[in-house]
Structures are given as C-alpha cells and as structure tokens.
Design a protein around this ligand. Structure first.
Ligand code: NAD
Ligand code: TYD
Length: 350
C-alpha cells in the first residue's frame, strides 16, 4: 500500500482527514506533526494502533528531519495541513507564522521535488482573497489580498506553491476552504470558545459589532472535499471549498446559545445575556464569501450537513468531551486568553 505523508495531522482538520483516509483504507498514513499548542495526539486516539498509521514528531521547517523522513517513508504524495492557524495569534506575533507557513512550506516543496512525489496538496484558506465586502464571492483565479499576518503567510505559501508548479512542474493541487467548525477544534476559535465559555459561566466575546459575515463549513465536509481533490483534482488547479451560505458572527453566537441551552438544559435567554461586544480585531475582514462551483462541477463535491445539524453535533461533542477541553486549555491557553481578551482587545464596547 502506498504511503501518504500528512503534516499537521494532530491538529483540528488534519486529524479528521487522517481518520477519513484510514477509514477508507486508501493509503498508509505517516503523520508528521510538531505538536505545538494546537497539536494533540489524543485527537487520533481511536486510530493510533491501526497498522496503516504511524506518527513522526518533527518540524516542517527542519530540512534534515524532513529529508530523512522522505528518504525513509518514500511517500507517493503529501498533504500539508501543518500551520500556525489563528489570526489573533498572528496579530500578537507574526514570526512563527512566517516560519511554519512560509519557510516550512518551502522545505516541504523542496523535499517533494527532490523525491518526485506524484501529488502535493497545499491546504489553504479563503482568507487569502481578503475582504469580500461589497464583492462577488471569490473565484479561484481572483487576486490575493490578505488582511492579517496569518492570511499573508498563507497567501505567500500559495504563491510559492504555484511558483514551484510553474518552475519545476511540481504536481500541485490547492484547496481553499472557508471557516471550519466541528469536534477537536482548539477553543481559541469562535465556535469552541463560545461553547467553552458558555459551559464555564464566562462572557461570550463578540468582536466589534458582530456583523462580520463568514461562510461556515463543517470539518467533515471539508475533509471529504480534500480527499476528492487528492483522488482526482486536476494537477495545477485550486479548489475553493465552502457552503455559499453566510452568517454574521452575532447570529452564530446566538444560535450557539440556543443549541447549548437545549442540549445542556440551560436557559437560552440567560446565555444570550452573557454576549459581550468587545473591541474589534485590528484589520478585521467584514466578509468572506466563496464560489465553489469548480469543486461542485469537477468533483461532484458539495457540503452534506446543514449548519443547524452540524452545529448541534459539534455542541454535543464538546458536551461529551469536557475533559478534553480542560486538558487543552490549561497552561499556555490562559496566558493567551488574557492577552487577547483582557489586555489587547479586552475593553467592552457596550
Ligand atoms: P490547527 O492549528 O488545529 O493544527 C495545526 C497543526 O499543525 C497542529 O497539529 C500543529 O502541531 C501542527 N504544526 C504547526 N506548526 C508545525 C510545524 N512547524 N511542523 C509540523 N507541524 C506543525 O489548524 P487547523 O485549523 O486544523 O488548520 C489546518 C490547516 O487548514 C492550516 O493550514 C490552516 O491554514 C488551514 N485552514 C484552516 C481553516 C479553519 O477554519 N480552521 C480554514 C481554512 C484553512
Ligand atoms: P475565528 O474562529 O478566529 O476564525 P477566523 O478569524 O479564521 O475567521 O473567528 C471567526 C469570526 O469570529 C471572526 O470574524 C472573528 C470573530 N470572533 C469573535 O467575534 N470573538 C472571538 O472571541 C473570536 C475568537 C472570534
């Protein structure tokens, strides 16, 4: 069986993708992950003993480690999830974003080229197109206008990948998805943060006026799309993966209050009263919107679960896994939380 190298497989989306590949018995997986604050081997506890799965702890920015791994494992293809992934952290300190998201990608691209892999899939994001306010939903060939240091680092990675495609004919494919949510997401992102705070009796922080709009994609739909692009995406192509449905952040938080109240037997109105409008994220994009006609037409991919059903599933998972939440939010998380919510943007607006 051929070996697939997945990087960042202990993170949120990567762990769902690894599980899908193992379930489908598609390829043997070697998961290369540094285990940063966001990487957690527990996310793959259910498949860790599978004979088609192996874990290698390491850093994608380390050329000798990466080179030796390619030499030993001889992967036929690479899927790169490894990244610093949180916009707010990139505003506090952009350095690790440039290291991992740009230099790390270059190390992977060079190894992939040297070892002549048959496919290199770069996992990218809709944030590289920039603010969609007042525009048509973005298409794959639209220009990149990233707003945050995170988005800029991901855009730089895409450009580097496309340059390797053109210069060295690297067999490249790119996916750009909208905002994901679902089980195992680190509680720094909006959905799990609100669930955690609601269950802890804390405030529910909404940046600015809460009228920013996002396209929310359930993580299992995203990894099914990534799998299809691995199987039969056209080499050299980019695929947007989204739902075409937009919601304001305030709406997401209010719906979350209702679902949490129903599932945890709490008072929804009391939860909604804990919503706090706090100072806005600097450079905050008002809207993200994606046109995913290419994935629909070429790959017959479309999201399967409704927002309401998938959000309920997500809330139930967090209710059933409160020990996981406690473990990942001890230590470093508390300092991060203070930095963003008390010191940096902690001033309540109303
Ligand atoms: P995550 O932060 O949950 O996981 C990132 C993983 O990468 C972690 O396991 C971490 O340990 C690992 N990692 C970080 N630096 C590394 C390094 N130098 N070497 C090896 N491993 C390293 O991220 P996620 O939300 O699962 O996102 C995965 C990918 O999808 C990222 O590339 C992100 O840009 C992209 N993406 C995410 C979203 C989203 O909504 N979360 C949306 C679109 C695209
Ligand atoms: P987030 O989950 O951080 O994802 P991204 O920045 O990659 O889109 O944020 C989603 C939206 O929710 C974004 O517009 C910022 C907003 N947000 C809040 O209003 N409050 C919060 O505490 C967080 C974490 C995000």
């Amino acid at each position: 069986m051929k070996t697939l190298l997945v990087t960042g497989g202990c993170g949120f989306i990567g762990s769902h993708f690894v599980r899908l590949v193992i379930q489908k018995k598609a390829w043997r997986v070697i998961n290369l992950d540094k285990l940063t604050y966001a990487g957690n081997p527990e996310n793959l506890d259910d498949i860790k003993n599978n004979s088609r799965y192996a874990f290698a702890r390491g850093d994608i920015t380390d050329p000798s480690f990466v080179g030796e791994l390619f030499q030993k494992e001889k992967p036929w293809a690479v899927v790169n999830f490894a990244a610093e992934s949180h916009v707010d952290r990139s505003i506090i300190d952009a350095s690790p974003f440039l290291q991992t998201n740009v230099s790390g990608v270059q190390v992977l691209l060079d190894a992939a080229r040297q070892h002549q892999v048959e496919r290199f899939l770069q996992v990218s994001t809709d944030e590289i197109y920039g603010d969609a306010d007042g525009k048509e939903p973005f298409q794959e060939e639209d220009p990149l206008k990233p707003s945050s240091p995170y988005a800029a680092s991901k855009a730089a990675a895409d450009l580097l990948c496309l340059a390797y495609r053109r210069t060295y004919e690297l067999p490249l494919v790119i996916t750009r998805s909208s905002n994901n949510y679902g089980p195992f997401q680190f509680p720094e992102k909006l959905v799990p943060l609100v669930i955690r705070n609601a269950l802890n009796g804390d405030d529910l922080p909404v940046y600015g006026d809460g009228m920013q709009r996002r396209d929310w994609l359930y993580v299992e739909d995203n990894v099914r799309g990534i799998f299809k692009v691995m199987e039969r995406g056209r080499i050299g192509s980019t695929y947007n993966l989204g739902t075409g449905e937009e919601r304001t952040n305030l709406d997401v938080v209010q719906v979350l209050c209702d679902v949490i109240a129903q599932e945890a037997n709490l008072d929804s109105a009391a939860l909604r009263r804990r919503i706090r409008f706090i100072a806005d994220r600097p450079g905050h994009d008002r809207r993200y919107a994606l046109n995913f006609a290419r994935a629909r037409q070429e790959l017959q991919w479309s999201p399967q679960l409704s927002f309401e059903a998938a959000l309920r599933r997500t809330v139930c998972w967090y209710l059933d896994n409160q020990e996981w939440v406690k473990r990942v939010t001890s230590g470093e998380y508390l300092d991060y939380y203070k930095a963003v919510y008390t010191h940096t943007w902690g001033r309540a607006r109303r």
